[in-house]
Ligand binder design. Structure first.
Ligand code: FAD
Length: 419
């Protein structure tokens, strides 16, 4: 077991200049020859799945194989907005399952994931926006999920840098507020799950790319080929986000996914000026302030599909124009850096969680622009699905076969780009 963090251990660490902290998780150079479950992808969802498999479902011979470094995909690239105010009961239940876990995650993992429920404000700029948000509020409340309507003046009181000037391109006509929503620290989420999973026997193997999926004569999976040799396992969970189509094609499956670059950027750090998360779907801009003081700004997806991990400049300039119009005091800030991640988008903008037509092959993908918020819930229901071989109750509506049965969960309004 890793050393537990406590007031005393932190004080001891401070006294010796933080020189004696042990390694936080084991990092074997190569995978073993066989496991009960192999998880492809060491992002937050893959690591959370491995943790819950070991911690709650008693499956301990688990490997997470990651082609780069853990958290180096979308988990370490996202703007960390956490909320659960989705429209349909299936999605709201899944995201709220996650939000309830966020509320206790630092304690459960004994690792500070810096979850900060500072409130997520979704700005309305038109009658249409207002109708959509009010519908969400009613639906959420019926499901017991907090969401409330604010007048423009109430929105301004909650988020003082917001302008209510009537002559801007997108005047604010009100806002929906989920007070339990907020942010968490993305790296810490990957590291916290890795540390807790490793302590329960999970092998996390970095720089280990899956290059093939092995199957027997009956078509069932028998293991994976990796850049560090073959690994046998009767169950494989693919959690590869923007590269899911590439991995699933190794088993001959064509996924209903498109992969797009999605960008974010941060400003120079400033003193605390922004107390909440504010999002505007109409102008495709999202902003919060990190604990380091940087404004964390999210943009929209590019219009074209790509694996480039960089996006086009005009998306960033449009986003910054929108931010400067909504929050005029930010006009003088300098931007520090921008980056992109590849998001996997389904036709109905809802994730895919569960089994596939290939026996033993499971997939958790399609979280698109908004899967960080789901990390603990997604990992939990996917672990249950992998361990039992049948879908967790909350995962059931998100099966792959909904694209042939037509039982879609159309969250385009809630999650097309909204984080
Ligand atoms: C700019 C940006 C902003 C975002 N903002 C938000 C937000 O504010 N809120 C929110 O909820 N969501 C947000 N998202 C979406 C969110 O980041 C993702 O939905 C979520 O992090 C996906 O987690 P994951 O673990 O599935 O994927 P990842 O963290 O991408 O992990 C997948 C891993 O699989 C690995 N992999 C791929 N192929 C292979 C292979 N062949 N072999 C081995 N490993 C492989 C990759 O290297 C990667 O590490 C944002 C995304 C981006 C890009």
């Amino acid at each position: 077991m890793p050393q537990r963090f406590s007031f005393l251990s932190l004080a001891r660490g401070a006294l010796d200049g933080h020189r004696s902290w042990p390694e936080q998780w084991r990092s074997p150079d190569r995978p073993d020859a066989d496991y009960d479950v192999v998880i492809v992808g060491g992002g937050g969802h893959g690591l959370a799945t491995a943790y819950y498999l070991a911690a709650e479902f008693g499956v301990r011979r688990v490997a997470v194989v990651e082609k780069g470094w853990i958290g180096g995909g979308n988990t370490g690239r996202n703007t960390t907005i956490v909320r659960s105010n989705y429209l349909y009961p299936e999605s709201a239940a899944l995201y709220d399952h996650a939000l309830k876990r966020w509320e206790h995650l630092s304690t459960a993992l004994n690792y500070n994931v810096m979850f900060s429920p500072r409130g997520v404000l979704m700005l309305a700029h038109s009658v249409h926006d207002e109708q959509v948000f009010r519908r969400h509020i009613c639906a959420n409340r019926l499901a017991g999920i907090d969401n409330e309507w604010l007048t423009p003046a109430q929105a301004k009181a909650f988020c003082p840098p917001l302008t209510l000037a009537p002559d801007v391109r997108y005047p604010v006509t009100g806002a929906a507020l989920q007070r339990r929503g907020g942010t968490a620290r993305h790296d810490a989420v990957a590291w916290g799950f890795a540390r807790a999973a490793s302590a329960r026997g999970v092998d996390i193997v970095q720089n280990c790319e899956v290059t093939g999926i092995d199957r027997d004569a009956g078509g069932a999976v028998t293991g994976v080929q990796t850049s560090k040799g073959p690994v046998r396992a009767p169950r494989i969970g693919v959690v590869a986000a923007g590269h899911t189509s590439v991995v699933m094609a190794m088993a001959g499956l064509r996924m209903p996914l498109e992969s797009y670059p999605l960008q974010a950027l941060v400003s120079e750090p400033v003193k605390p000026v922004f107390p909440c998360v504010a999002m505007s779907n109409a102008v495709h801009a999202y902003v919060s302030q990190s604990d380091k003081g940087e404004l964390v700004i999210g943009a929209g997806t590019d219009q074209y599909i790509s694996y480039s991990q960089a996006g086009s400049l005009q998306i960033l300039t449009q986003t910054l124009e929108a931010i400067c119009e909504l929050f005029p005091t930010f006009r003088r800030l300098r931007m520090l850096r921008a980056w992109g991640g590849i998001v996997d988008v389904t036709p109905d903008r809802s994730p895919i969680i569960g089994g596939t037509p290939v026996p033993g092959l499971f997939v958790n993908c399609g979280w698109g622009t908004g899967g960080f918020k789901a990390t603990p819930g997604s990992g939990h229901v996917f672990a249950a699905t992998l361990a039992r071989g049948e879908p967790h109750r909350l995962a059931e509506p998100f099966s792959l076969d909904r694209f042939s049965t037509g039982r879609l969960i159309d969250e385009a309004a809630a999650s097309a780009v909204a984080h």
